[in-house]
Design a protein around this ligand. Structure first.
Ligand code: PMP
Ligand code: GLU
Length: 397
């Protein structure tokens, strides 16, 4: 008897989390695996944030929080948006939830009807298309390969729009490619969107702080789209707080209200202790963010230089986030003993088994032929992983 709903049966499992689990299982069996699959900062949460959480426990923040999050946290988020992005928001525009992931899904569930089309530039993070499927929307992938630095053009966007288009999802800096849209590139997209007022703009800015450019712009800066732009962000990446599970949406009040209603029925407010920790993160000293950013930039330079020594790999130079996304089709069709590499997925499995390095197949990001390496790990791990990959790849003939 099949007891699983169509909704869940047709959902793909998260490939990033699955690969990370596989690597943890191998490690538990004693295999010396270097995990470059999951994308999360390897740093510990800064002390002043942990102290705020301990204080919250002492002060008995042990009751249900308001569904949309504590007012003090939503005020801190408004402070951040004004200070760092020059954007005016009031707390009724903000909903805090269990990570950026939940808020992304909430916004989609709160705005997309069955059959509505959601434009997703790909490569894109594994969960976007699945979230649209959950809402019974239709994901419309718009492909941008390495030759255009993984960024869609205004003409591609225009061509993807139909009378059923209801949303576009943007992610800059991008997971998995590290690409960042410049102000002018965003402006060109904005000019197209201005002609289509029915399209909501969902901008996932979670990697905002991890960038190696002078200034990261968000499409949320464009006043003409302001009444239909929703920002997603959170503390996971900037403050090394992935396990605390705090993210938020900031957008028009009707969408915030709908998201809050939805959240009130199926999860309630996010963890009270984690919310107090996030509040401290936004209100506290920000040097930790810059320290971690600098470490990521050094590691980006390191992995890019080592990747250049691997024959056949074609790489862009990621401008942000902490991923390298090489095109690896040169290895398709090659063999080692009785193993034949038929896809980037086979290559990734071969590297896991023969180099003991865990990466993620580009197919999970709608980009077969590529693979993703997270360089949010130590310099030594990066060096050793790339050495192993180079040696194992050289065995493929
Ligand atoms: N968006 C992107 C592009 C991500 O890579 C992640 C990290 N998994 C998230 C959202 C979700 O982050 P959070 O930990 O806040 O749920
Ligand atoms: N952002 C991370 C990744 O892409 C976290 C894992 C996930 O939630 O997918 O690896």
């Amino acid at each position: 008897m099949n007891r699983i709903s169509q909704r869940v049966a047709t959902l793909s499992p998260s490939a990033t989390l699955a690969m990370s689990q596989k690597s943890a299982e191998l490690k538990a069996q004693g295999v010396d695996v270097i995990n470059m699959s999951v994308g999360e900062p390897d740093f510990n949460t800064p002390d002043f944030i942990k102290e705020a959480a301990c204080k919250a426990v002492e002060e008995n923040y042990s009751h249900y929080s308001p569904v949309a999050g504590y007012l003090s946290l939503r005020q801190a988020i408004c402070g951040k948006l004004l200070r760092e992005n020059g954007l005016h928001f009031t707390p009724d525009c903000i909903v805090v939830g269990n990570g950026a992931k939940q808020e992304l899904c909430n916004v989609i569930l709160a705005t997309i009807n069955p059959g509505d089309e959601v434009i997703i530039p790909v490569p894109a993070w594994v969960s976007y298309i699945e979230m649209v499927k959950l809402a019974e929307g239709i994901a419309v992938p718009v492909r941008a390969g390495i030759e255009q630095d993984f960024k869609i053009t205004a003409a591609q966007l225009e061509a993807a729009i139909t009378p059923r288009s209801r949303m576009i999802m943007l992610n800059s800096p991008s997971n998995p490619t590290g690409s960042i849209y410049s102000y002018d590139e965003l402006k060109a997209l904005v000019e197209v969107l201005e002609r289509h007022p029915e399209i909501i703009v969902l901008t996932d800015d979670i990697y905002e702080h991890i960038n190696f450019v002078e200034h990261v712009h968000s499409i949320a800066e464009f006043e003409s789209l302001r009444d239909r732009t929703v920002i997603i962000n959170g503390v996971s990446k900037a403050y090394a707080m992935t396990g605390w599970r705090i993210g938020y949406m900031a957008g028009p009040t009707d969408i915030a209200k709908a998201v809050s209603k939805l959240q009130g029925q199926y999860t309630s407010g996010a963890s009270s202790i984690a919310q107090k920790a996030a509040e401290a993160a936004y209100n506290g000293p920000q040097e930790c963010v810059e320290d971690m950013r600098r470490a990521f930039e050094r590691r980006r330079d390191l992995i890019v230089s080592l990747a250049a020594e691997i024959p056949g790999w074609v790489c862009n130079i990621p401008q942000g986030a902490f991923y390298l996304f090489p095109e690896v089709t040169a290895y398709i069709g090659k063999r080692y003993d009785d193993i034949e590499i038929k896809s980037s997925g086979d290559y990734v499995m071969y590297l896991l088994e023969h180099a003991h390095v865990a990466c993620v197949d580009g197919d999970a990001f709608c980009a077969p032929g590529y693979m993703r390496l997270s360089y949010a790990t130590s310099d030594d791990n990066i060096r050793e992983a790339m050495r192993r990959i180079r040696e194992a790849s050289a065995l493929l003939q």
